[in-house]
Design a protein around this ligand. Sequence first.
Ligand code: ACO
Length: 306
Amino acid sequence: MAVRIAGIGTSLPAKVLSNQDLEATLDTSDAWIRERAGIVTRHVGGITSQLGIEAGNDAIKAANISADDIDLLLLSTSSPDQRFPGTSAQIHAGLGLNCGAFDVNAACAGFAYGYVAAYAMMMLAGGPKRVLNIGSDALSTLVDYDDRSTAILFGDGAGACVMERHEQGELLAFDLGADGDLAPILYCRHGGTIKMAGREVFKKAVRAVAGSIEATLKRAKLTPADVDVVLLHQANIRIIESVCTRTSLPMSKTFNVIETTGNTSTASIPLAMQHAANQGVLEPNKIVLMSGFGAGMTWATLVVRW
Ligand code: ACO
């Protein structure tokens, strides 16, 4: 038994914030942001629950099922609507689900963590047959728009997958990692805004993600040449390029949305997945590698035979 993705859904708020808009209020430039981060526009003004409901609805429709067919909702987010209940409860109500629901906070690695957790639960006897795995974040609610080092990077969005028990879709290997000593390089306190030591995060992320990818491929007994589709956390195009160089994965196998979404945290991998699906590359038996990293620091890599 394995688990396939039966449907993907996404949501981005309507409001677009361009580099030119940021130039008007910050000491920055369109050229600097494009060159240093690979971002041109991002969507802002979202609410985590609402984006999650929209993406979840889309994924349920794409899977050609109804809300009643979902056996578990797993939401990853680091920008919950409120302290409690979990934002998964609001999404549960908004979608009219009739199943369990819980939140995961592993920052930008949340969707990949959620994928592995959902897969494992689905393997249990009596476990869920279908899990709605949603990554939703509205980081614009946590950004200090006077801080040019973070204001240029982040955007809002959500991505969702219906994960369904199936004979295809085997999880070949995974690697989940964390280094809590690195919490001070990227954090957001209750009621505060995002604080980030960008250069430090950049260096640690490249090292952690590259190591995690190598470990995962080794466990799966695969080489970089065996991988067909690479879905990396969309934080900075230069991080993606550096990870590819270190791991010998060609950039041509990566599917990226960062130019138009910025860093949408846990939503970025399912947004990239939808982009890859739109290009027609997510066909049965393709080897798909996903890897995310974020505050914590946390990181998570998985490789699946689609
Ligand atoms: N516009 C113009 N200049 C800027 C800007 C800006 N927006 N931001 C910084 N600078 C300046 C700096 O002040 C510095 O000037 P100096 O040389 O005179 O001191 C210079 O540009 C270089 O600054 P660096 O911080 O070294 O720039 P870097 O190339 O590292 O790029 C960036 C900065 C884009 C933030 C990069 O470090 C990065 O992407 N880091 C990773 C961030 C990340 O991935 N965060 C998300 C993790 S996921 C999660 O959990 C949310």
